[in-house]
Design a protein around this ligand. Structure first.
Ligand code: TRP
Length: 383
């Protein structure tokens, strides 16, 4: 079971055996042939594909063939606004934006303030709702196209989802829900229902456009249980099965886990002062030896180093420079301090520039909200 290696949508580690996850979840590894197919339409390589940061999929080929045939296609992703956005959240968004630009298609983006409220021990619902708006600034700062990007905030835009959710809910038994999401007898009933809403967005485009719409979901692999269920149900409700492209989780700066809001020192937030971001990177755990002397003698282990992973997954797009760094680490010719300083500079620069765009995003929010752009589908039909 997935639980053995601690990966459910609410609990995940970063240095997990990703190949095993492919088997457990029953998804396909991303191969050169899908990457080549994607390149046919994007005319560009993406570092996150080459390096298999995005590394698994379901029906990506089917989605791309539909795209090639001129059928209506969209992207869907989302965020549980539990706090400030960190670099680990931006990773799939950066790739999603690239896909949106290259394919020229719409993106539906779900902000699940309800999910995060229901999941948390404490906290006000209003607080999660505020974070939904706060996190939107990061989305906008990345440069998503406002006329093609539609944000759904669950607690406010539920009328778009509810009629679809009702139909989905009727198809899922309590025992399926329990087994799929690792729920227990003491799980609150909000959390039992919530997955229905995450699935509903995958079917919403077909309702909004009034035509069969193919959906591709770029997301971290820990979200897979939702999509498996969505795909099971889709045909019986008359919707196309959504396709997925799955990415790995950005490791946190401390030992072992993913970059996580529950461990603030492990994460670089987009709202961190660039100075603080710089210092967090300098304090990061590495795959290095305890002393400089040993490091020179034995070399480090980039495979288990969050600093190296940050270069590989986000901050070094030049392949030969990355390979050079890898070997310099292995052979002990570069020490962790130097490697971290270089990364800290890049991270601080990125954060600084992002914050300027984030400021400018403040008065752009409305342009992205679905409620100002689409009629509610089922109500429209009734009129
Ligand atoms: N459950 C996701 C989270 O906790 C939020 C989410 C909603 C999402 N819809 C999505 C993530 C679609 C990826 C794709 O962050």
């Amino acid at each position: 079971m997935a639980n053995e290696i601690r990966i459910t949508p609410w609990e995940a580690e970063a240095f997990v055996d990703y190949d095993r996850l492919i088997k457990i979840f029953g998804v396909k590894p991303l191969t050169d042939s899908e990457i080549a197919l994607l390149k046919r339409y994007t005319n560009e390589d993406h570092m996150m594909l080459r390096r298999r940061v995005f590394y698994a999929h379901r029906d990506l080929d089917v989605f791309l063939n539909s795209y090639g045939l001129g059928r209506r296609c969209v992207l869907y992703t989302g965020r549980g606004p539990s706090g400030s956005t960190h670099l680990g959240h931006l990773l799939p968004w950066i790739f999603t934006k690239w896909l949106q630009d290259k394919l020229g298609i719409d993106l539906f983006f779900q902000m699940t303030d309800d999910e995060k409220y229901l999941h948390a021990e404490g906290g006000d619902l209003e607080n999660y709702n505020r974070y939904a708006y706060d996190n939107m600034l990061d989305l906008i700062a990345l440069g998503f196209n406002s006329s093609k990007t539609h944000v759904i905030i669950d607690t406010e835009d539920i009328r778009y989802l509810y009629p679809i959710a009702v139909k989905i809910a009727k198809k899922i038994t309590f025992s399926t829900q329990k087994a799929t999401f690792g729920l227990t007898e003491s799980t609150n009933v909000g959390m039992i229902f919530y997955p229905v809403l995450q699935i509903a967005v995958a079917f919403l485009p077909t309702e909004l456009y009034g035509e069969q719409t193919e959906v591709l979901i770029p997301a971290a692999i820990d979200q897979d249980p939702y999509w498996r269920l969505a795909r099971d149900i889709a045909p019986s409700l008359g919707y196309p099965k959504p396709a997925q492209i799955h990415c790995k989780l950005l490791p946190g700066l401390d030992v072992g886990g993913k970059m996580s809001s529950s461990k603030p020192e492990s994460a670089v937030y987009t709202t961190d002062d660039p100075e603080i971001a710089y210092r967090k990177v300098l304090r990061a755990y590495t795959g290095g030896q305890p002393t400089a002397e040993l490091q020179r003698k034995l070399g480090g282990n980039p495979n288990l180093c969050p600093v190296f992973k940050m270069y590989e997954m986000m901050f070094e797009d030049n392949d030969s420079k990355l390979t050079e760094r890898y070997h310099a680490c292995r052979s002990g010719t570069i020490l962790c301090g130097e490697c971290k300083r270089e990364l800290a500079e890049r991270v601080a620069k990125f954060i600084k520039e992002h914050q300027v765009k984030r400021m400018k995003a403040v008065d752009q929010v409305e342009k992205y909200l679905i409620r100002y752009k689409f009629d509610v589908p089922l109500i429209r039909k009734r009129r």
